[in-house]
Each structure stands twice: as C-alpha cells, then as structure tokens.
Design a protein around this ligand. Sequence first.
Ligand SMILES: NC(=O)C[C@H](N)C(=O)O
Length: 382
Amino acid sequence: MHITFIVTGGTIFQTRDPKTGCMIIGAHLEDIVAPEFLSSLGVHSSLCVDLKVRSGAELTYDTIFAARDAVVAHMARSTAFVLVTGTDTLEEFAFCLDLLLGNVLVAASTSLVVTGAMKPYDIEGYDGRCNVQQAMQVATAPGASRFGVLVTLNDSVHLSRYVRKADSQLMGAFQSHPGPVGQVREGCVRFYYGPPPEATSLRDPRFEVLDAAAVARVSRVAIWVTGVSSFLPEALLPELSGLILAGPGTGSLSAALAEQLAPWTALIPVVLATRCATGNNFDDHYYRGSREKYEARGFLLADFAHLTPVQARTLLVLKLAAGVYSQYNHLRSALPGSPERVAVQCQQPKAASGATGTAVAPPLQTPDDRGEGTLKDGGPNR
Ligand SMILES: NC(=O)C[C@H](N)C(=O)O
C-alpha cells in the first residue's frame, strides 16, 4: 500500500516560538507519523506534498485546487490519501474536495481522509498524533473508499457532507448532525452505515473539470447573517459574485430586506440559507409557500437545501464557476469591480430605491400565503 499525505498547516504543526512568543509551524509530518505505525498498517511507501499554508484561516481556493491536483496526480500510485490541515476551515476544505473529487475517488476505489488537531504540538494532551494515526487507519480500512471524502478526528469518522466544526476550542469540536458514520474503537475502524444518497447528490461532473482560475473569478461570495432589525449595505452588492443570506429559522427574511434584494437577484445569485446549526432553508410542510414566495422573486433555495451557510457558499462558488446558472454567466468573464462588471451592474434596477430597471419582481403574495399575511406585512409565521 502507498499513502500520499497532503499537508496545509494548522494547529497540528504549531508550537510557540520562544523568541517571539508567537505561534509558528514548529513540527512536521515526520515528527507525527512513526514509520513503524505505517508498516503496521501494511503501508510500504508514502509521500508528503506540503502546500505550505500556515493556518486554516489562510486557506484559499488556490490551495484547495492544489490539493485536488495533487490527489489527481498521485491517484494511480496511491491506495489512500490523508490531508492534514487547520481545523478552522477543515469542514469547507473537506466539503469542497468531496464536491470536486468525490465521484472520482469512489470510481478509483481510493480513499481521502481529512484530519487536524485541536491542541498545538507543544501542549500537554496533543491530539494530532492520534488523529493522524486514526486518519491513516480509516483511509486504509476496507470500505473507506465508497464514501468519497471523510473527516477523522477524536475517534470519530464523519461524512464531509454533514460535518461541521461545532465548537471553536474543545476536542469534540467536529460533529455531524446525523452522527458520525464510523468510529475508531479498540484500535479498529467501524463503519456504521454506507453513504446515504443525500450525501453524494451534490457532486456534479461539471465540477471535476474546474480549475483555480475559473473559481477565482466567482469566489467573492459573501455570507450575511440576518436577524433582528436586519439590514444590508447596498454598496456591498456590486462587489460580490454572490450572496448567502443566513436567515433565522427556515431562512426567513424581513419584508424590507426581501424588497431590497429581490431586484439584485437578476445580477448576482442570492441564496437563502438558515443560520440554525442544522435544518432546511424552507419548510413547505408547515409554512406553505415558504419556498415559492422567495424563489418567485429570484432567490435561490432548493439547490441549497439542508446546507450550512458555509457549505452553501462553497457550492455556489463551484456552481457559478461551472456555469450551472446561465443567467449569471456574466460573472464568469469579469472580476468584481472590473469595468465589464460595473457596466452590467449599471444596467441593473434599484427597485428598493425606486429607480427603474430590467428585473421584474413577481407579486409578493402567493396563494398559500393568503390569510397568513404577506412578505410586505411581515409574512406568514415561519
Ligand atoms: N485547531 C486548528 O487547527 C485551528 C487553527 N487556528 C487552524 O485552523 O489553523
């Protein structure tokens, strides 16, 4: 067996620099992975691709694509891949790689497991060594390759589709809302269920041919959290390739914000997500018409069902780069703020301020809203 490691920094490699008192990359993969442990798994050769990133906050789509390219380049030789990274953006990294590569990995019977550490290398109780060992065990376990990209930390194995960093500090930070797909117990990997169809349905073959340059043109997607007395500065919108609104409950928007943003949906994709930790961005079972009333005004909901705002952002960036929404293809040819993009924006309506424009917003009231109120008067009870 051959394992390829890809490393992109993070707490797992960090120590305190005695000279400056600041955190630095003070450890390397060879300090963490014992050759004897590799041999015990039947791994006779390994390789490390260091993408030279300091921490999770520094992660860029360029690095994600460099990792994707490293996997593709070493796929023929490798039985398994272990990606060691900063935990702050680990969930985005894993989710994005699964969208880009999940089907390719499954077809090639190759596993990819992402891991990191919650405690620095020089702190008592350092979890990095154990996490990397368990990631190697999971990556080489029978059946691991049917899942696409997995995440392993703290004895747990998560599907990249469901995992999120739910705590900013503690060891059990990584959680999946349906629970982990597997665990490491008594030194052995146990998978409890196979990949449910929902976990793989977001992979799109068009993502497999994307490159970093295509994504860079559309990656200025902002996440804006709304709630009490919501607002959004109009001046922000021309700077964006897209907007994820993380709204309360099932992604409810105030009537005023919906009025302001509806005309902008002709220019940039505006996705409605929930700011709750889990759950959907609409619920037509309880709040009838809750999807249609926004989709009719140009907001995107259904393609982003049951995703966190961070996941919705990743998916939207890839969809835009792949040209999935032809109405937004103008975003792919010009960077935000460039003269071409500004020219398109100048043609756009400012319905909220009363100016004229080209986007036509349908009426606010949907048949199912009757009697429960409309967006204008506060909307139905969602
Ligand atoms: N535990 C960690 O890895 C957090 C760190 N700040 C990072 O993401 O690089």
